[in-house]
Design a protein around this ligand. Structure first.
Ligand code: AMP
Ligand code: MN
Ligand code: MN
Ligand code: MN
Length: 297
């Protein structure tokens, strides 16, 4: 009889690396807990995942603890998404490979969180005046990670989930369109930190500063170029060139702006919840000619 071991083939598979450098958990406006997000990313064959919650690193902390206890084939990149003011616009700056315990970073995030809590009360007042019942408690119910901190982690998305729950609109985007987008009746302008401050703080925490979804600010032509130019002048490192849904021609335009400003490229799904429109690690590719933020110099 033959020894079956003689016929065993040890497979050495080369698995492609998949970087997803933008995602959310229940620490901010994502619906999956940090542990669930990391597990889902591994299932989707993401090899490098950045958790980038709005103005908090609580989700990163939880995911790190989880990965210490559970071995999964995934590298976690500590990240954050900081809301900033740039001229009249709310611009999001993602920090990657940050030291989540850095004092300067922790202090900036504390500041931003206090602004979030104050803005949430004002949003709730406006929604209440338009006849919506108990909006602050409604939004709080949808902020899941930490009750104690939840007012400081409240985002507009939490209000949107509550309005969907009430049946006032069918989907979160529809609530934004009617109530929460700039100029709509529940919108409150927040006094976020300057873009320069976010970039400097990310650098102080040892991280790379990335211009988040530059294609989603409704900026065109001169203003879009100005955004890239000023971000680069302020010392920014990279800009997002791809998410799961961005069509090739828009990726190409982002790539041109990245190249023109000597920036690196980043990519991420901006995953908030399981849905039909995007998925962790899905359809993230960069046009030719740009260099990924993760690539060596
Ligand atoms: P905030 O930082 O509290 O102002 O909330 C910003 C978040 O709201 C973004 O990160 C998105 O997740 C969500 N958001 C903004 N605009 C829209 C929109 N038009 N449709 C759906 N979600 C949106
Ligand atoms: Mn969000
Ligand atoms: Mn964003
Ligand atoms: Mn985001």
């Amino acid at each position: 009889m033959q020894n079956p071991e003689q016929f065993q083939i040890t497979e050495t598979r080369i698995t492609p690396q998949i970087y997803d450098l933008h995602s959310h958990t229940t620490a901010s406006d994502g619906v999956l807990a940090p542990e669930q997000l990391v597990e889902r990313a591994a299932t989707m064959h993401v090899t490098h995942l950045a958790i980038t919650d709005h103005d908090t690193v609580l989700g990163v902390h939880r995911a790190q603890l989880f990965l210490r206890e559970n071995s999964l084939p995934i590298t976690l990149i500590p990240g954050v998404e900081i809301s900033t003011r740039w001229h009249a616009h709310d611009i999001h700056i993602v920090g990657l490979w940050i030291d989540i315990e850095n004092d300067q970073l922790v202090n900036l995030l504390k500041d931003q969180q206090i602004k979030r809590a104050a803005r949430a009360e004002l949003i709730a007042d406006k929604l209440a005046k338009s006849g919506i019942a108990d909006p602050l408690n409604g939004a709080r119910k949808h902020a899941q990670l930490s009750d104690q901190l939840s007012d400081q982690l409240l985002t507009r998305t939490h209000f949107a989930h509550y309005l969907v729950e009430l049946g006032i609109a069918k989907t979160v985007p529809k609530v934004f369109k009617k109530y929460l987008a700039k100029g709509k009746l529940g919108y409150v302008r927040a006094d976020w930190c300057e873009m320069q401050t976010a970039i400097e703080t990310i650098h102080a925490a040892g991280g790379k500063a990335v211009l988040a979804h530059p294609f989603s600010y409704d900026l065109k032509g001169k203003w879009l170029r100005k955004l890239f130019e000023e971000f680069a002048e302020m010392g920014g490192d990279a800009a997002e060139v791809a998410n799961s849904q961005l069509p090739p021609d828009r990726r190409k335009l982002m790539a041109e702006l990245v190249i023109a400003n000597n920036l690196r490229a980043s990519q991420g799904s901006d995953f908030h919840m399981p849905c039909a429109w995007y998925e962790l690690g899905r359809n993230l590719w960069l046009p030719a000619g740009v260099k990924g933020i993760w690539e060596p110099a």
